[in-house]
Write a protein that binds this ligand. Structure first.
Ligand SMILES: [Zn+2]
Length: 302
């Protein structure tokens, strides 16, 4: 055990990652049953531990979704079976399958492939198996119930661990950055529905992969998820305010409503473009923006 490990119940321990689980690190969760032990979302930080073998022989790797940082410790458990929602299983099975989910530009994809292998130790697991919403994983005396929460990716899933009363929220990470829905496999509408579903989950502890880490109790969770959800409306209100004159999609992308101006990651423009497109469509449907010229949108008069 490290002093950053947090025991959350008789079967469940949160393995808080380096720097509190800030990307590229993350927080993993170990669940020990009578018959089997599972690790949820093995992060880069597990590579730094020399006590892994002492924690428990890990029989199963359970993933909230297929993203590089959540898959980063899969290679440490070559003998374990790998389980992920059926919609994301291709990302665990091959790097091509994973790259298709991001949908990056060719230049961004070239550099990101290298990063995934070099910095995130990606290993394909052709034998990874897909589960569906609610398909209980029984470890003996403790169960993991997948709660499908798409939006971040199509297969993104929270994990409810019972009887310990722990809900693992994956990349509903409750950060100040807010929801990320900028991949090819993301959907803003799905994300909003998933936030509503995640909000209903009653647990003693909530564990996010980044940022917040372990949240103690339902009141703190509700406060955090409501603030996280509000970021979407905040971004969209900013877009409406920006459209005080006709704006093209390029204008929205250049202005940035998701990332801050100083961020120079190779995929920022693609993410801004996808996010802006989804929000423009929603704002038009709600009568907040109007396409006043072909390809130019302006705030509708109140
Ligand atoms: Zn993710």
């Amino acid at each position: 055990m490290l002093d950053t490990d947090q025991v959350l119940g008789p079967h469940t321990t949160a393995l808080i990652g380096v720097d509190g689980g800030r990307y590229p690190a993350g927080n993993s969760v170990l669940v020990r049953g009578d018959r089997a032990t599972a690790i949820i979302d093995p992060s880069t930080s597990l590579r730094l531990r020399d006590d892994l073998a002492d924690l428990a022989p890990v029989d199963m790797v359970v993933l909230t979704h297929a993203h590089e940082d959540h898959l980063a410790g899969v290679h440490l458990f070559p003998g374990a079976s790998v389980h992920i929602h059926e919609h994301d299983v291709q990302g665990a099975r091959s790097i091509d399958g994973l790259m298709e989910m991001y949908g990056m530009s060719p230049e961004a994809e070239r550099s990101f492939r290298e990063i995934i292998v070099r910095d995130f130790s990606y290993v394909p697991r052709a034998d990874a198996t897909g589960f569906a919403d609610g398909e209980v994983i029984d470890l003996g005396g403790v169960t993991i119930t997948p709660v499908h929460l798409p939006g971040h990716t199509r297969g993104h899933t929270g994990m409810l661990i019972e009887p310990d009363g722990v809900f693992v929220t994956g990349d509903i990470d409750l950060s100040a950055f807010g929801p990320y829905y900028g991949d090819e496999w993301s959907s803003l509408d799905d994300f909003e529905r998933s936030l509503a579903r995640a909000r209903e989950i009653d647990a003693r502890w909530y564990v996010t992969f980044h940022h917040k880490g372990v949240i103690d109790g339902r009141d703190a969770y509700l406060e955090a998820i409501d603030a996280f959800t509000a970021v979407i409306a905040h971004r969209e209100e900013n877009m409406v305010a920006f459209a005080d004159e006709p704006r093209s999609i390029e204008d929205f992308v250049a202005h940035r409503f998701v990332y801050r101006p100083h961020v120079t990651l190779p995929f920022v423009d693609t993410v801004e473009l996808r996010s802006a497109r989804m929000s423009i469509e929603r704002l038009v449907a709600r009568g907040r923006l109007a396409e006043v010229q072909p390809g130019r949108w302006q705030a509708a008069p109140a």
